[in-house]
Design a protein around this ligand. Structure first.
Ligand SMILES: [Zn+2]
Length: 440
């Protein structure tokens, strides 16, 4: 089958060699696999991106994407009070609301250069089909809280036990899929009792899959865990066997050196969410210590209710500068390391090691970033531009598996105006419901 050639851009490979090819070329075959990365091989080409920067598709390692209707709903409460606000709103979301909310997230992620994401929320075959239809990739975890609670009553009557069964069914149904991979999604050790965590570990091992879970998000969680279990949240779930399966742990803000050693020994990964951690006042995760210990760290936005965007460029900049400011050390964290967290390392953390770098044999997921803007001028150093100057709105084209999903800043696979109108309708309706209800 004929190659598709993307030519003329400055190609930042993010592979082991960390090569930058000025006037470069990326080519892929009809199956969506990269066949060539290097200097431009001559005239011709299918997409001329001269003057632009070509990077691997960004990987959002922790999101609750269908939460977009909650954007800006509650912005100034600490984690536990904020979670109660979220629950009040979430329980009123219908399947249709979640579908439109997810579509808005897909539009927002694509327009800002994200091609793969790890996500814990309400998931079913229909919602996963939305991701496949949009051409993106997701590591999806149907969220579960306690065994008998129904987390999304308007969208599903499933309790925690039903969500466990659903996760197994989806893992079997999507086995071998290039766009969907499934993990279990126990929300956190403070919402899931020990016997449920044990059962998740047992079922994940049986299904040959992993787990996404929130761990050690703030000091209050750590104190509660120490008081009730005598262990840190990470030590607690380790004692229940959870680290025997692949774990993607969101946050780990209060991880101790012993916690980090436990995660490294288990081959677990961490999703670092600096904007969410700062906005909720949760703290600053010990990312330099994690990297020094050899932990795989990806970068995530968390849900828009605690961010309030899905723009990974904002996350990259924040992750870098917060460590420098927090420690008073300009070399606390290198921009190059954070770019790796947003691409190659995030892809490993999110269970899609075939993406996240531009190299022959990798999947052809790439983002073309424009520099013909004031903040793209001049271009002394392309990594500096990507880490500190670029924003999501600078994304010109997005390709996933060789398919053009964003062209000239416009999403080709969804009707953005329709999606925004529907999510506005959902948000207005639920606000009105809450205003007239006792728990609102
Ligand atoms: Zn989260």
């Amino acid at each position: 089958m004929a190659e598709t050639r993307i030519v003329g851009g400055t190609v930042v490979t993010m592979d082991d060699a960390r090569t930058v090819h000025v006037d470069g070329e990326v080519a892929c075959d009809g199956a969506g696999t990269i066949t060539y990365v290097g200097p431009r091989r001559g005239p011709g080409g299918d997409l001329d991106v001269s003057g632009d920067v070509v990077i691997p598709g960004l990987v959002n390692a922790h999101a609750h994407s269908a939460m977009t209707p909650l954007r800006g709903y509650s912005d100034s409460k600490a984690l536990s009070a904020w979670l109660q606000d979220m629950r009040r709103f979430e329980v009123r979301l219908t399947t249709a609301d979640l579908t439109w909310g997810l579509r808005l997230a897909l539009v927002e992620m694509l327009r800002s250069g994200t091609t793969t994401f790890a996500d814990m929320f309400r998931w079913d075959a229909g919602l996963l089909g939305e991701v496949v239809g949009a051409g993106m990739r997701v590591l999806a975890a149907p969220a579960l809280f306690t065994a008998d609670a129904v987390p999304f009553p308007a969208a599903s009557a499933e309790d925690g036990r039903g969500a466990l069964d659903l996760t197994e069914r989806l893992a079997a149904e999507f086995a071998g899929d290039r766009h969907v991979r499934i993990t279990f999604g126990p929300h956190a050790p403070y919402t899931c009792p020990p016997e449920l965590i044990r059962e998740v570990a047992r079922r994940a091992a049986g299904a040959g899959t992993g787990v996404q879970i929130h761990l050690s998000e703030d000091a209050a969680e750590l104190e509660r865990s120490l008081a009730t279990t005598g262990r840190t949240p990470i030590g607690h779930v380790a004692s229940l066997g959870l680290l025997d399966v692949p774990v993607l742990a969101a946050h780990a803000v209060t991880a101790t050196p012993e916690d980090i050693d436990l995660l490294v020994a288990a081959g677990a990964s961490v999703a670092h969410n600096p904007v969410s951690n700062l906005k909720l006042g949760s703290g600053v995760a010990p990312v330099p210590e994690m990297l020094a210990a050899g932990l795989t760290v990806g970068l995530g936005t968390d849900g828009v209710a605690s961010n309030n965007t899905l723009d990974m460029f904002e996350e990259i900049k924040t992750a870098t500068i917060v460590q420098r400011g927090h420690r008073g050390q300009v070399d606390a964290l290198a921009a190059a390391d954070v770019l790796a967290m947003a691409t190659r390392d995030g892809a490993r953390a999110a269970g899609f090691p075939e993406t996240g770098q531009l190299a022959p044999g990798s999947w052809a997921d790439l983002v073309v970033v424009r520099t013909d803007t004031p903040r793209g001028t001049p271009l002394h150093d392309v990594e500096s531009f990507l880490a500190f100057s670029a924003q999501g709105q600078d994304v010109r084209h997005v390709v996933v598996g060789g398919r053009l999903l964003v062209h000239d800043g416009r999403v080709t696979v969804l009707d953005e105006a329709e999606v925004r109108a529907e999510v506005n309708r959902t948000a207005t309706r639920i606000r009105q419901e809450l205003a007239g209800s006792a728990d609102g």
